[in-house]
Design a protein around this ligand. Structure first.
Ligand SMILES: Cc1ncc(COP(=O)(O)O)c(C=O)c1O
Length: 386
């Protein structure tokens, strides 16, 4: 098979950190307040601007509080778990690697006794109708490593006794989210907006504040994750007073990304960009004999962690180690040609490809990449001995 004629202009298709926005340049960060205290008025102004702009662009409910947390999405989510759980039973749902990590937190670290776990294999959702909303409920809006998202928030009742804690890191800014069905929402800068690592965002509903101000968990909470002191919310976190020191370079970069979103037309434009990327991949999969989505259900298919696998008979017959070796050969070929970096599926997921489809990716780049994947597949297949 001949090599395709056109290469993607940008070969960065990693699922995190994801590619920077189009035309990003380090020089855009010139006005970063470097070498200044993050508690100085100038820096606090910038921190507050990130929070306010994020809230506005996302159209988060007015009554929700939003703060910047250490430790990226993991830090924000685990802070919610450690501060809020222990008050009642817990239901936890998991259908990808990270959801499964939250199960480990709840079972092995927090040792919650009254617990229901709903797990599903890669490519599928667990049965959402089984969830007990008298309990606190932990779930992931979009399983980044499996390409499966919840279809909407209709399965979550408005009147619920427990809190819903949602890891939305690969969903925020890419797909509609029924915010009011989630009492906690977490995400990171390094995901959909292509920001820098290590900073997380935590949005909380008034019911979360109520819990923090009426209940103290029985386990210790490190300072980096503490949201309340003596049953009083630490309000500064949700304004401009981060728990510890953030990088003002990353703050400037987050602002740059938010300004770009405003410039291109806001949240819906980001949704459109991701949907178009998914459409290009879907059309290619429809006409390609050897590949299929890992998630067979179109209604829950992710437009960010776009995950697909080889369905050719010969590939299905060989063992998983050999399959992984072949995936590596294919994806190495693509990175050697500077056509695509980091599109081998998540190491703990079944052997698969994963192309990031968040809004900082140009859909046309994905369109140019697809024939290259065909090319690399055929090249590797021809080289094998059967
Ligand atoms: C669903 C989900 N949760 C959590 C994480 C961990 O994110 P971070 O490394 O930003 O803490 C990821 C990273 O890809 C993710 O996809």
């Amino acid at each position: 098979m001949n090599q395709p004629k056109y290469k993607p202009r940008n070969p960065n298709f990693s699922s995190g950190p994801t590619t920077k926005r189009p035309n990003w340049s380090l020089s855009n960060l010139k006005s970063a307040n470097l070498g200044r205290s993050h508690r100085s008025p100038e820096c606090k102004l910038k921190i507050n601007e990130v929070i306010k702009k994020t809230k506005k662009i996302l159209n988060l409910p007015e009554e929700y509080l939003l703060g910047i947390m250490p430790g990226s999405d993991t830090g924000a989510l685990e802070s919610a778990l450690w501060n809020l759980l222990g008050n009642r039973g817990v239901d936890v749902l998991a259908w990808d690697n990270f959801g499964k990590d939250w199960v480990v937190d709840v079972v092995e670290q927090l040792k919650i006794k009254k617990l229901n776990i709903y797990e599903a294999d890669y490519g599928y959702l667990p049965d959402l109708s089984k969830v007990d909303f008298d309990n606190d409920v932990i779930f992931t809006w979009n399983g980044t490593t499996s390409g499966v998202r919840v279809p909407n928030g209709d399965w979550i009742p408005d009147s619920r006794k427990g809190l819903t804690i949602c890891d939305a890191t690969s969903a925020m800014f890419a797909m509609p989210i029924d915010y009011r069905k989630c009492d906690v929402l977490t995400w990171s800068w390094q995901k959909v907006l292509g920001g820098e690592a290590a900073h997380g965002m935590l949005a909380i509903s008034p019911r979360v504040v109520e819990r923090l101000e009426s209940f103290i968990s029985s386990w210790p909470i490190p300072k980096a994750f503490r949201l309340a002191e003596n049953k009083k919310l630490i309000t500064g976190i949700f304004k401009d007073n981060t728990i510890n020191t953030p990088s003002m370079l990353c703050v400037e970069d987050a602002l740059d990304a938010l300004n770009w979103v405003e410039k291109i037309g806001g949240l819906n434009k980001l949704f459109e960009r991701s949907n178009l990327t998914l459409k290009y991949v879907s059309e290619w999969i429809d006409r390609t004999y050897w590949v299929e989505f890992m998630n067979p259900n179109e209604g829950t298919r992710s437009n960010t962690g776009i995950t697909f696998q080889i369905k050719d008979e010969w590939f299905k017959k060989i063992n998983e180690n050999k399959q992984r070796q072949i995936m590596l050969e294919i994806t190495n070929k693509l990175s050697k040609e500077k056509v695509a970096y980091d599109i081998n599926g998540y190491p703990k997921a079944p052997p698969s490809f994963r192309i990031w489809g968040g809004g900082t990716v140009e859909s046309e780049d994905v369109r140019s990449l697809l024939p290259w994947i065909d090319w690399a597949y055929e090249e590797v297949k021809i080289g094998l001995e059967f």
